[in-house]
Design a binder for this molecule. Structure first.
Ligand SMILES: *[C@@H]1O[C@H](CO)[C@@H](O)[C@H](O)[C@H]1NC(C)=O
Ligand SMILES: *[C@@H]1O[C@H](CO)[C@@H](O)[C@H](O)[C@H]1NC(C)=O
Ligand SMILES: *[C@@H]1O[C@H](CO)[C@@H](O)[C@H](O)[C@H]1NC(C)=O
Ligand SMILES: *[C@@H]1O[C@H](CO)[C@@H](O)[C@H](O)[C@H]1NC(C)=O
Ligand SMILES: *[C@@H]1O[C@H](CO)[C@@H](O)[C@H](O)[C@H]1NC(C)=O
Length: 363
């Protein structure tokens, strides 16, 4: 008998159990899996062919407010000066990064010897630059009303394999605070209200500072800050990193939205020194600026609807139906161990044709 066993043809026999509770349990699990698959596909946009985005240009420009009142911090030991955007933004080209002066000192180093310090032949050369001779042109001063200046941010992205190439004027945006709350939403309509000719998003510097969790009047935590004198962020400067995160608008082809996610770096400071060389009298003027450094970083994954992507993800998701096999084991245990009619079910499930019951069960 045993060698003939090899040539037996085996067929899976289906048993229909007319038990409403078990049937409902089974259908419920199947339904839950299908619902889960659809939620997964729509919330994770699995119908998109995605790719990391390619950052375009981020341009940041500054605009002077119409009217600057003298703020209260100008009445302290450090006085204020009123500067125009051309002096505040340094360097003037804001591509991806921007630096806005909040305090400045200007010192001139006259050259009494009349020689060019750039051509000193040794450190002992009397022409070698020494900071000892100096004339203070502007003692340390704060820039009045810096919080009220407006910045405009324009940015763009494109994809490589997808045909997406968009500027932010065509997308909806959101300014999100460091703690995750939405501060402001930007759409074409809100941009038109602010300035019909604006290409980008307009914020006041105060708005960015609030979103990044910074108060310029609070004491700086930077290691180089003068803690005894209570040096503030206005005097030491600060770095704020703003991530621009892009994503597809759900169920809308070729449309993107973005979020600005600003965050200040605790304990940072920022300084930039502008050097002006006077070729007439060979003197050097240094403009020592501390201020707000904004660093924009474009980030995200974008995609386009693609039928194959949908199909691939759908097929992959349907592998979840394997879970049904786990369920089948569960139902089997319920039927043969816990159910009131377990003896009946046992005899139905282990059905053997033509004797040799024990041997066949083993197989
Ligand atoms: C600052 O002082 C000036 C005069 O010294 C005064 O007119 C002004 O109101 C003061 N501003 C604040 C905000 O205290
Ligand atoms: C100006 O010169 C004095 C000495 O004459 C020096 O102590 C000081 O550090 C110099 N200031 C700057 C800003 O270089
Ligand atoms: C934005 O709105 C203006 C005025 O309502 C309209 O003329 C313009 O076409 C809109 N732009 C976009 C990109 O929707
Ligand atoms: C988040 O920060 C904003 C301002 O930055 C503040 O108004 C809001 O109350 C904060 N929310 C929470 C939950 O801390
Ligand atoms: C350069 O120095 C000369 C002579 O001191 C002065 O007249 C001129 O204004 C200076 N130029 C600048 C740009 O500071």
């Amino acid at each position: 008998m045993s060698w003939k066993n090899v040539f037996f043809y085996k067929v899976v026999k289906t048993v229909k159990i007319p038990d409403l509770r078990i049937g409902l349990l089974h259908r419920f699990f199947q339904f839950a899996i299908v619902v889960y698959i659809f939620i997964e596909i729509f919330t994770k946009s699995l119908y998109l062919k995605t790719e990391p985005l390619i950052p375009g240009a981020v341009r940041i420009s500054l605009k002077t407010p119409d009217n600057i009142d003298t703020p209260s911090y100008c009445n302290g030991s450090i006085s204020c000066i009123f500067w125009d955007v051309n002096e505040i933004q340094y360097p003037p080209d804001g591509a991806g990064v921007a630096f806005f002066t909040t305090s400045a000192t200007i010192t001139n180093y006259p050259n009494r010897l009349g020689c060019n310090p750039l051509k000193a032949s040794s450190q002992q050369d009397p022409c070698f630059f020494k900071p000892n001779n100096n004339v203070t042109i502007l003692p340390k001063s704060f820039i009045a009303g810096i919080e009220n200046y407006n910045i405009m941010v324009e940015h763009s992205v494109r994809g490589k394999t997808t045909a997406i190439a968009l500027r932010n004027g065509l997308m909806d945006g959101e300014l999100v605070s460091f703690n995750g709350t939405t501060i402001r939403k930007m759409t074409n309509a809100t941009r038109m209200v602010e300035n019909p000719n604006a290409d980008g998003d307009i914020f006041s510097i105060q708005e960015i500072l609030t979103a990044a969790g910074v108060n310029l009047n609070s004491p700086s935590t930077a290691p180089g800050a003068d803690k005894v004198a209570g040096e503030t962020y206005r005097s030491s400067g600060i770095v704020i990193i703003i991530i621009i995160e892009y994503q597809n608008v759900p169920l809308k082809t070729g449309q993107l939205s973005y979020k600005y996610l600003p965050q200040a770096i605790d304990g940072s400071e920022y300084k930039s020194v502008e050097k002006i060389y006077n070729t007439t009298d060979n003197s050097i003027t240094l403009v020592d600026r501390h201020g707000i450094r904004l660093v924009f970083q474009q980030h995200g994954t974008i995609g386009e609807f693609q039928f194959i992507a949908l199909l691939t993800n759908l097929v992959a998701s349907f592998a979840l139906f394997k879970l049904n096999e786990l369920l089948a084991i569960l139902i089997l245990i319920i039927m043969t161990k816990l159910h009131p009619q377990k003896e009946v079910y046992k005899s139905i499930i282990c059905d053997v044709v033509g004797g040799h019951q024990e041997e066949d069960i083993k197989n």
